[in-house]
Structure formats: structure tokens, C-alpha cells
Design a protein around this ligand. Structure first.
Ligand code: TPP
Ligand code: MG
Length: 796
């Protein structure tokens, strides 16, 4: 592939290595210019309507202009995938603009509606972002899981045959290493022997607030080495390397090596801000008496000495190309690339430059230095000493610039008309979940082949065991189940092999959601569809919440099955109780939350979920399940019932008018029915509404309202249709094993009084009768609340 493109470059009249590098250096300048200009334009030349600074990160962008230029215009192949650090978004967009894949209008509208996004976004940017970034650390780690997913689809023969394996690459800020999720991912990657993975650290030794600790690279080297990565340090540029060969050069190297980060940054800034003698003064004092130093220092004028002293490898095109092309093998590589934040601009090195913007005067000077004529600021090649046609021909032929769309298509997986269940008696929704997957695992449907499950060390306790027994655990190398071999009795068969369809993770919920995010992007990234299901304990969603949000933000498609939930796990105790997760389900965009009470409801929800995960305008699904066994209704899942429960609710007991109706969600159904039993003498028309998805009900109601506000034909929402069965003044008593606010909005939405019951304090270990009583979600609490509603009703 690379050779073929190399030939094409020769065919296009681009000569050898030397010319390629000359062209790359010219483009590097242009990338730096366009990225800084884009930010300047947005902040200074576009009318500000809201009094807010637009922002953008000129210094962070300048820091990686060389690295990204080298990557996109030389090193990358179309099959590679890149997560670009969030605040280098302008550099990414400038590069796409030079490729002709990004419009000038989008650059002019940087950070505005429809413009190039503040941080590279898969869903909002038009120029083919591979992986979104924004919350630092997550974009880095997701590349590791993407490499695992690539291995999964390739080793199973699911990826299109003609597609070579790509490198999953993160271009990351050095402060991203402060995020714990990066290290959680590193360890998991080691366990799974990840390959084809590059992390390129923009080691500018600055974060947002200032300068990072000295000698940090030693620690970084240690971390990565410990988990088997090849670490490549790009420290000195070619000019410095040459200077080190001269008399006094060794002492100069030592001086730089020992120079504290903050002093180096300060001297760098002095060098670009009218204090050109700073380097010279320091060197001559600190290295007084060292042979060769006076001559070496004297051989540079002030500008030359500044250029030499700031010639770090990460901003030196030749050094960068040598390092990237020198990397061999598919083992993971970490490049620690020394750079300067703000390199090549008047912001270079200043510790406060993260949010700093060049002033209008500084930009005018910068424009002159870049030889960009007035009015030619958006010109692709203005100010470069190379004819535009030549640059254009080069760009056309660089290996990355393929005509293939970067967002791959993948066929949809057929979902059978219904999912089977083989259960009887009292059943929990968690048991039903295991049963549905078990039934699927025994068949040979396309759906079963495309499901991949994963869990952070709670595979067995979330009831994935039967599925795993049947389908095996994914691993590069075959490993028999030793316990089985040794005839140690166990219900679990843990055979590991390439055909395995369960990816076992350590206990890090961030990793679960990052992996679900990567698996859920298999279609656009690798051209093949997977249907990922991840299980965890419901309370620990909070642990991985940022990664869950990130996966949704990227429009990855997956199913999260969270069990046990609420306080109904009873004896397991307070630390494992989940209270606010229903509100997360309700509030999280891109994630549809269901909470079934019965097994047949869950089967319908999973069926809908598998379709929804594949729909163009679909999304991901969150199923909040319970370990509490409840008696099952003897009923047929009619089309009408399925449609109602998927829209968010149905009448379990149809109302016959009256002052009050009950609405419950999930595993508290026995309490709802017990209260009905107690009350039906006094309130013969008492209805019981099963809320199967507060999220779907809410979304439907909001949509109907907004359509009406726009003058569109009035279509009642599902909630309105359901509540039309009640007189206008009927109050609602709501109950769930979760935060009461999940259902209390039903009152406001329907203009009626609401009496919400739910959990709003942490409990303790107990059995369900005690806990539900303490939390006021038992039948007595429902009866008492209904009585209050009746009294209020009578008062008017
Ligand atoms: C999780 C998270 N916390 C905080 C921020 C705000 N933030 C954006 S960039 C940044 C500093 C990043 O420093 P570094 O990674 O070294 O990037 P540089 O700009 O130096 O390239 C911070 C704290 C964020 N984007 N995400
Ligand atoms: Mg930094």
C-alpha cells in the first residue's frame, strides 16, 4: 500500500525524500498559520453577539502543528484511525481544509453553529473525524479499545477482507496522563495484548494552569515500559543534535537536560518577546569556563541562538519523520515528543498561554512573518515559496488522502421477530436477561454471531454466565479452562479463544464504557457491525459516567444492562444501592432507558434495542434490571402491548375513573398490586399504570409539545393517550425503586396533582420488607399516600 502510493508520488513528479520533506515543511507552516488564523478570525473578526470570548487554543495548536502535519501528510495510511487531542481541533481542521475535505465557511465559523467544532467531533464535524475528543484522557484511551475491537473483528474474519489493519493513534496532551482512566486502560491493554496502537505525547510540559513537574518523562517511560510498550523519546531536533557534536556541545546538552521546565519555558518566552539575550546570558553564566562554550554560543546571533535552543524534536519535521518511520512492528508504541506550547508564535513558552490569544498587533506581525498577503489569509498556499500546483499535486497523492469514505458502511444484522424466553414461576429481570441471551447463544442466528458481551469482573453476577459458557471468551491465543481440565467442578466454562464472544475486563467501569464505545463504532470504523452488550452493577454507572457520556457523544451503539439496581438488592447493602441512575437514564442524550418489571417486557425491550442500535437515527440502550424475583403475569405479548410498553407505559390495571391512579416503574410492581388489592374496596376504579420507560414517555411528551409550539398538527404523545383514560382531576401516586423525581414530572406534564414515592436517602442492609418500609415504597406507603391524595381531592 505504502509503496504503491510512493510510486504515485513519483508519477506526480514529486522527486525524492528531500523534496517531500521540503513540501512537508512548507505545509507545516501553512497548517500553523491556518490554525492560528481560524482562532483569530473567530475571536476578533466575527461579530460577537453574546459578550463571550469565543476562545480556541492557539498555543496548544501550535504545539502539535509539526506532529500532525507529519502524520496526515506523510505517515498515516487510510486504514489508520486518529484521536486528535481536543484543543488541537484547529490544526486538524486546517489539515482537512488543505486536503479539500473541509470548507472555508466551516473554518470561518469555527466554534459557531455549523462551523468547525471546538473539539474534533465525529457527529458534528463534516470533515471525517475518526474519534471525538474533549474530556481529556478519554480520547486517548478509546484508541486502545479500538485496537482491541480491530483485533476482534479481524481475528474472526468479520472485517472486509481487502482492508489492511490500521494503527489506532492518539495524539495527546502530556497532562492527559494525569487522568486515571489512561492507566486503567493501559493495564487492560496489557492483559489483552493490544497491537497496532500509537500514543504520541505532545510533551510541551505545560497543562492549563502552568508548567508540569520536572523529569516527568522518566515516570512516563517507566509506566509504559512496565506494560510492554516500546517508548520512543523525541527530544532534540536536528540542529541541536549537530551542535552537540561541536566542542562544548556535551555541556550544552547537559545544561538543557538539567534545565528545569519552568526556566526553559520562561527563556523560550523571553526569546519571542523582545528579550533576545536571555539564552546567551544564562548559558554564559551557567557554563562559564567550559571549553568550547564561548565559541559555540558566539557562533549564533540572538535569533539563531533562540532557534537552536528551542529546536526540540517534536517541532522538527526531520526528527519527527525519522522517529515515526523508524517505528517497526505492531507492538504498542509511545512517542514522547518534546515540543513547545505556542511554538512558532509570540505565545511560545508562556506559562499562561493555554487560553491566551495573539493580540491584533501580534497577529499582524505573525502574518508578515508568514508572508501571507492582506486578503489572502484563507488562501491554501499563499506565502509559501513553492508553486501552488506542486503542493496541490503532493496533497492529492499523499497516502492518507484516499477517495474511500472514512466513515464505513456496514450491513444491518437481522433481528428475529421475537426473542425467546424459557421461564416460569417467580422471575427477576436479571434472570430473564440471562435466559434471553442463553436462548440466543444456543441458536445460530446472525444476531447471536454479532453480539459481543463484556463486563468489568461481574460477568457471573450479572447473569452472563450461560452465554459465556456457550460462546466462550475472546482471546488472541487459545487457553483451555484449567479448572475444567483439572476436573474441578464449576458451573462456568471459561474457554478462551479467537471465536469467543465475551470480552472479560478488570473492575474498571471506565474501561467498560470505553470498550462499549469502541465496539459500538465497529461499523463506521471497521465496516462491520457488532451488537455490544455490557453488564455492570447499576450503582457503578456513576464510576464510568464520563466514559458513558463520551460513548454516547460519539454516537456509538451499545446496550448497557445494569443489575442489580435500587435498594431491592436488599442484603447487599447501602454502598451498592443505586438511587439517581433513573435520572441519568432520563437525562442522558443518545441513551434510551427502560426499566422492566416482567420478563416478557424485557424481551420486547431487547428486541427493540437491537433494532434501535442499528437505526440511522437510533442510539444506545440502558436497561435497569433487578435481582428481585416477582410473579409473572399470564398473558400474551400482543402487538398493542409491545407497542405501548416500548413507548413507555401501559395500563396494568385499566382505570375506571376516580380520585387517584397509581403509576409504578420496575421491581416495585408487587407493592403496586398489593396496594391495589388493599384499596380496591374503597376505590373500585383505581387504575395502575406500568411505566416501562420514564425516558420514552418524557421524550414523547416533549416532542409533542415542541411540534405543537411550531404549529405542526397536534399529535397526542403516548403519555397523553394513556392519561386520557383518567378524569382531568385524578391525581397520581407514583412509585419506583429509585429517585422519586423520575416520575414526579408526570403531574406537571398532565396538569394533575402528583404524590411521588421513591428512594432519596441511602439505606442499609436489610431484607426487602424492612427496606421498602424504611424507604416508604412498600404497599402501606402507597396506601397512605393514596389516602392523602383522596383527602386533598375531597378538599378541592
Ligand atoms: C476531563 C477534563 N478536565 C478538564 C479539562 C479542561 N482542560 C482542557 S485542556 C486542559 C489542559 C491540558 O493540558 P495538556 O493535555 O498538556 O494539553 P496542551 O494544551 O498542553 O497540549 C484542561 C485542564 C478537560 N478538557 N477535560
Ligand atoms: Mg501540555
Amino acid at each position: 500500500m505504502a509503496e504503491a502510493k510512493g510510486r504515485a508520488l513519483t508519477d506526480a513528479g514529486i522527486g525524492g525524500e528531500a523534496e517531500r520533506r521540503t513540501l512537508l515543511k512548507a505545509l507545516e507552516r501553512k497548517v500553523l498559520w491556518l490554525s492560528t488564523w481560524m482562532i483569530h478570525n473567530a475571536n476578533h473578526l466575527r461579530p460577537a453577539r453574546d459578550g463571550l470570548k469565543v476562545g480556541g487554543h492557539q498555543a496548544s495548536s501550535a504545539s502539535v502543528a509539526t506532529l500532525l502535519t507529519a502524520l496526515y501528510f506523510d505517515v498515516l495510511r487510510p486504514e489508520d484511525r486518529v484521536a486528535v487531542k481536543p484543543h488541537a481541533s484547529p490544526v486538524f481542521h486546517a489539515i482537512q481544509y488543505l486536503f479539500g475535505k473541509q470548507s472555508r465557511e466551516a473554518l470561518e465559523r469555527f466554534r459557531g453553529l455549523g462551523g468547525a467544532q471546538s473539539y474534533p467531533s465525529r457527529t458534528k464535524d463534516a470533515d471525517e473525524v475518526d474519534l471525538s475528543t474533549g474530556s481529556v484522557g478519554l480520547g486517548v484511551a478509546v484508541t486502545l479499545f479500538a485496537s482491541l475491537v480491530q483485533a476482534y473483528v479481524r481475528l474472526k474474519g468479520l472485517a472486509p477482507r481487502e482492508q489492511p489493519p490500521g494503527r489506532m493513534i492518539a495524539v495527546m496532551g502530556d497532562a492527559e496522563l494525569d487522568e486515571g482512566n489512561v492507566f486503567e486502560a493501559l493495564l487492560e491493554g496489557w492483559k489483552h495484548d493490544v497491537r497496532n496502537l500509537w500514543w504520541i505525547i505532545d510533551y510541551n510540559r505545560q497543562s492549563l494552569d502552568g508548567v508540569v513537574s520536572d523529569q516527568l518523562f522518566q515516570k512516563i517511560k517507566g509506566f509504559f515500559g512496565a506494560v510492554g510498550w516500546t517508548v520512543v523519546i523525541l527530544k532534540y531536533g536536528k540542529r541541536l543534535q549537530a551542535a552537540f557534536q561541536r566542542p562544548g556541545g556535551e555541556a550544552l546538552r547537559r545544561w538543557i537536560d538539567e534545565c528545569p521546565n519552568d526556566l526553559y519555558s520562561a527563556l523560550t518566552f523571553k526569546g519571542v518577546s523582545g528579550q533576545p539575550k536571555a539564552w546567551r546570558e544564562h548559558l554564559l553564566v551557567d557554563l562559564a569556563g567550559v571549553n568550547g562554550i564561548p565559541e559555540l554560543v558566539a557562533s549564533y546571533d540572538d535569533a539563531g541562538l533562540h532557534e537552536l535552543m528551542t529546536n526540540l524534536a517534536g517541532t522538527d519535521m526531520d526528527a519527527v519523520l525519522d522517529a515515526f518511520h523508524g517505528a517497526e512492528g505492531d507492538e504498542p508504541h509511545c512517542f514522547i515528543a518534546y515540543t513547545i506550547k505556542g511554538f512558532g508564535t509570540p505565545l511560545a513558552g508562556h506559562k499562561d498561554n493555554h487560553a491566551g490569544l495573539m493580540t491584533v498587533e501580534q497577529m499582524a506581525g505573525f502574518k508578515r512573518a508568514q508572508q501571507v498577503p492582506e486578503g489572502a489569509e484563507w488562501d491554501r498556499f499563499a506565502g509559501l515559496d513553492i508553486p501552488a500546483e506542486r503542493l496541490q499535486a503532493f496533497l492529492h497523492h499523499v497516502p492518507f488522502n484516499s477517495d474511500l469514505p472514512r466513515v464505513r458502511e456496514a450491513k444491518k444484522v437481522a433481528v428475529p421477530p421475537r426473542l425467546d424466553l424459557r421461564l416460569g414461576g417467580k422471575v427477576s429481570t436479571q434472570i430473564a436477561f440471562g435466559n434471553i441471551l442463553n436462548e440466543l447463544s444456543r441458536g445460530d442466528s446472525e444476531l447471536a454471531r454479532r453480539i459481543v458481551t463484556t463486563s468489568p469482573d461481574v460477568t457471573v453476577s450479572t447473569n452472563l454466565g450461560p452465554w459465556v459458557n456457550q460462546r466462550g471468551i475472546f482471546a488472541r491465543t487459545v487457553r483451555d479452562d484449567v479448572f475444567r481440565e483439572e476436573k474441578v467442578v464449576s458451573a462456568q466454562k471459561w474457554a478462551k479463544h479467537r471465536q469467543g464472544q465475551h470480552i472479560e475486563l478488570g473492575i474498571a467501569e471506565n474501561n467498560l464504557f470505553l470498550l462499549l464505545g469502541a465496539l459500538g463504532l465497529a461499523a463506521p470504523l471497521f465496516g462491520t457491525r457488532l451488537l455490544p452488550i455490557g453488564t455492570l452493577y447499576d450503582p457503578f454507572i456513576a464510576r464510568g459516567l464520563d466514559a458513558l457520556n463520551y460513548a454516547c457523544y460519539q454516537d456509538a451503539r451499545f446496550m448497557v444492562v445494569a443489575t442489580p439496581s435500587g435498594v431491592a438488592l436488599a442484603p447487599e447493602g447501602g454502598a451498592h444501592q443505586s438511587i439517581t441512575t433513573p435520572l441519568i437514564g432520563l437525562g442522558q442524550p443518545g441513551l434510551t432507558y427502560f426499566e422492566p418489571a416482567y420478563a416478557d417486557e424485557l424481551a420486547a425491550m431487547m428486541h427493540w434495542g437491537f433494532e434501535h442500535m442499528q437505526a440511522d437515527d437510533g442510539g444506545s440502550v440502558y436497561l435497569r434490571l433487578s435481582t428481585r424475583p416477582v410473579p409473572q403475569p399470564d398473558r400474551e405479548m400482543t402487538a398493542e402491548l409491545a407497542s405501548d410498553l416500548l413507548a413507555g407505559g401501559y395500563w396494568l390495571q385499566k382505570p375506571g375513573g376516580g380520585e387517584v391512579a397509581l403509576a409504578y416503574c420496575g421491581a416495585v410492581v408487587p407493592e403496586g398490586l398489593a396496594a391495589l388489592e388493599q384499596l380496591k374496596g374503597d376505590l373500585p376504579g383505581l387504575g395502575v399504570l406500568a411505566v416501562t420507560s420514564p425516558d420514552r414517555l418524557y421524550a414523547g411528551w416533549r416532542l409533542a409539545q415542541s411540534e405543537r409550539s411550531l404549529g405542526k398538527p397536534a399529535r397526542p404523545s403516548h403519555l397523553e393517550r394513556l392519561l386520557a383514560a383518567l378524569p382531568a382531576e385524578t391525581a397520581l401516586v407514583t412509585v419506583l425503586d429509585g429517585h422519586p423525581a423520575t416520575l414526579s414530572w408526570l403531574g406537571a406534564a398532565s396538569g394533575r396533582r402528583v404524590y411521588p414515592l421513591g428512594v432519596d436517602k441511602f439505606g442499609q442492609s436489610a431484607d426487602i420488607p424492612d427496606l421498602f418500609r424504611v424507604q416508604h415504597i412498600d404497599a402501606d406507603a402507597i396506601v397512605d399516600m393514596t389516602a392523602l391524595a383522596c383527602i386533598d381531592h375531597a378538599r378541592g
